[in-house]
Design a protein around this ligand. Structure first.
Ligand SMILES: [Zn+2]
Length: 137
């Protein structure tokens, strides 16, 4: 009984110290591994932050370009509308010119510009109805 009592603490001491050493070593190894991981993750986090900043800068630049392109498109649309209006005005002017050329003429007698429908072809030339009727201008 006395011998058994001596063996138990000895075994316990050996086991205890071995377990304690193994535990310290295990903890040291695990902590080291965790530290390495934290270091790696910190590095990756810093890289991600850097990339995020770069992406934000790029997005801002793209946004600026889109705004500029939009303004150019609006300006181009406005210029196209101006050109269309100018062409329409030119067409109106030209149509009036053609109508005048086709519809009006100058009386050879009184020299007034009169509608062709109100003229007569005579030996004296093209004369207006009033001149043809002998009514003085
Ligand atoms: Zn006339």
């Amino acid at each position: 009984m006395k011998r058994f009592l001596m063996v138990v603490p000895a075994v316990a001491l050996v086991l205890g110290s071995t377990t304690a050493c193994a535990t310290k070593k295990f903890v040291r190894t695990e902590v080291g591994a965790v530290n390495d991981k934290v270091g790696t993750l910190t590095q990756q986090l810093e890289q991600n932050e850097q990339r995020t900043k770069e992406n934000e800068t790029k997005i801002a630049a793209v946004d600026e370009r889109v705004t500029q392109t939009d303004q150019k498109a609006v300006a181009a649309g406005s210029a196209a509308q101006d050109a269309k209006n100018a062409a329409a005005a030119h067409n109106v002017w030209e149509t009036g010119l053609h109508q005048a050329a086709a519809g009006d003429t100058t009386c050879d007698k009184c020299k007034k510009v009169v509608p062709k429908a109100r003229t007569n072809f005579t030996a004296d030339g093209t004369i207006c109805d009033l001149c043809a009727a002998g009514i003085p201008a």
